[in-house]
Design a protein around this ligand. Structure first.
Ligand SMILES: Nc1ncnc2c1ncn2[C@@H]1O[C@H](COP(=O)(O)OP(=O)(O)OP(=O)(O)O)[C@@H](O)[C@H]1O
Ligand SMILES: [Mg+2]
Length: 342
């Protein structure tokens, strides 16, 4: 807390050439990151990319095998205590006690952090209220929904306002409403001055919350920038089309490629196509205008469309654009390696 003001404008995290090896596998393979203090930084990557391993090294739970990492200027390997004093981690796998109630969980953790009983109770009540869990405060955590559990877990990690909070896939598996609630919590935490390192598999989540994003694949950073920069390299959006008749797919592909002036991907599903909408590729026409034109042209060519949508590119589409292969393929390669190592 004391150093906080001085940190403003500085880096909360700086890594260079960070490496972690498990057996034969370089789970983290030379990662350079700079996370400005007071911001949300997104680490986006598919299963097995190395996100949790990076977080665990930064949180001093795992020793790096190479390179360096500093948290508020303190080396994670040489000054782990200094780092630990300033960070808090909400794991991908929640750490609350199933048999305790929401209140009991938070009071217990607050007591472990050194708060006296009345202060612990007061803080627990305030957090439960802020996270929309007041009504569930006296229910055992095992009876909470997934979204409530995740919120309780984040509440537990900010009992002491940390300077740096690691959120490892805080919304994976949550429904859209719970996801929005978690996003609101993250915004509140950051507004209070905490730096957040957020890992996610959703481009939309990183886009909603993060000032900058690093995309990681197989232990390496393959792209870094603001969400806007990332999206402009990938396309502003993606048009998803489902046809009535798989026999019309080749023709639909030709029409989409012509109107959108972008590559069209054929999904495994024989009636589905996806095309990126590239604003610069078409003289900066609005994505929605381009999409409408594409739909009209498909109809004009007698192609029956059952489903048509314009959305943000998915992580898979980001990967396709950046690496030429899907996120799934990338993970499979990991599995092959793991099998070979076994
Ligand atoms: N303790 C470990 N021992 C051996 N291999 C590990 C260990 N922890 C992680 N790995 C391997 O390192 C790679 C990166 O794992 P990591 O958990 O960091 O990925 P992730 O990006 O967090 O994935 P997910 O999105 O599935 O959580 C994976 O191939 C994983 O199997
Ligand atoms: Mg993980």
């Amino acid at each position: 807390m004391r150093e906080r003001t001085a940190d403003r404008g500085g880096a909360a995290i700086e890594t260079s050439g960070l490496v972690k090896v498990f057996g034969e596998q370089r789970a983290v393979d030379g990662v350079d990151l700079t996370v400005p203090a007071g911001t949300v930084y997104g680490v986006l990557g598919p299963n097995g990319a190395g996100k949790t391993t990076v977080v665990r090294m930064l949180a001093t739970l795992l020793r790096p095998d190479g390179g360096e990492a500093r948290v508020f200027g303190h080396d994670v390997a040489r000054e782990p205590d200094r780092v630990r004093a300033r960070v808090s981690l909400t794991g991908q796998y929640a750490s609350v006690d199933e048999d305790l109630t929401g209140t009991e969980n938070l009071v217990l953790l607050a007591r472990l952090l050194g708060h006296r009983k009345p202060a612990a109770r007061e803080r627990a009540a305030r957090l439960l209220d802020a996270f929309g869990l007041a009504e569930a405060a006296d229910r055992q955590a095992k009876n909470y929904s997934g979204g409530m559990r995740r919120r309780l877990d984040i509440a537990a990690s900010i009992l002491n306002t940390p300077d740096l909070l690691f959120l490892d896939e805080p919304t994976t598996g949550l429904d859209p409403r719970s996801r929005n609630q978690v996003w609101d919590i993250v915004r509140v935490v950051v507004a209070q001055g905490t730096t957040v390192l957020l890992t996610t598999q959703y481009l939309e989540e990183a886009d909603q919350l993060a000032g900058r994003i690093a995309v990681i694949d197989r232990g390496r950073v393959i792209a870094e920038g603001t969400p806007g920069e990332l999206k402009s390299s990938v396309g502003a959006g993606a048009v998803h089309v489902r046809l009535r008749d798989p026999g019309q797919r080749a023709e639909a592909r030709r029409v989409l490629a012509m109107v959108l002036k972008a590559p069209v991907q054929l999904a495994a599903d024989p009636v589905a196509l996806t095309a990126r909408v590239m604003p610069e590729g078409a003289g900066a026409t609005e994505p929605a205008v381009l999409a409408a034109r594409a739909l009209a042209e498909l109809a004009g060519q007698g192609i029956t469309v059952d489903d048509f949508s314009l959305g943000q590119p998915s992580l898979d589409e980001v990967f396709l654009a950046l690496t030429g292969k899907s996120a799934g393929e990338s993970t499979e390669r990991h599995d092959e390696k793991r099998e070979a190592a076994a």
